[in-house]
Design a protein around this ligand. Structure first.
Ligand SMILES: [Zn+2]
Length: 175
């Protein structure tokens, strides 16, 4: 299981010397996150939201594939193992069989719409610990750019909200 502390310790620590990283350094970070989460899962929702700030869309796709290769449900919050016989071919389009259930497929699709779209070369300061170490309030604020489907369902339960949410997922899948 992987926590924010683990991400900082194993992935971000070597990159604290300067605020602007090279693309190579960002690619290192992205690769290390895939390696870490391919054989693990996020301790809590904040960990997954934290990770989403650093990675690219391609990295998330690679993570899905890497988790499937390890026999894991593609959703990084999930501890379940799946039968991956039908998911071994790499695809740029998500497939429900890569997940343990429909809900985790939806969670993953919803997350995909929110992964940091800033090009790697424009990401400044994001990886620095100090950004996250200035008090819990600040930390939560910094982590919560992303809303998970689980949170949305917990916090917004009117039919209209759910309908809007599903429309957003569908619109993304059609892209
Ligand atoms: Zn799952």
């Amino acid at each position: 299981m992987t926590s924010i502390c683990d991400i900082n310790e194993y992935v971000m620590k070597p990159h604290q010397l300067h605020e602007r990283l090279s693309i190579k350094e960002w690619e290192h970070i992205n690769n290390d996150i895939v390696i870490l989460l391919a054989s693990s899962f996020c301790l809590d929702e904040n960990t997954l939201k934290y990770v989403c700030k650093f990675i690219t869309l391609d990295t998330y796709r690679n993570l899905i594939h890497a988790r499937n290769i390890n026999g894991r449900c593609a959703y990084p919050m999930c501890q379940s193992h799946i039968n991956t016989a039908s998911t071994m071919s790499y695809s740029t389009v998500d497939n429900i069989s890569q997940y343990c259930n429909d809900f985790h497929f939806d969670c993953s699709q919803f997350l995909l719409t929110q992964i940091n779209k800033t090009p790697l070369y424009e990401r400044v300061d994001l990886h620095m610990f100090k950004t996250y170490n200035t008090g819990e309030q600040q930390e939560n604020h910094k982590i919560s750019d992303v809303t998970l489907l689980e949170e949305l369902i917990r916090n917004k339960s009117t039919d209209n909200d759910i309908f809007d949410m599903l429309k957003e997922i569908t619109a993304f899948q059609l892209k």
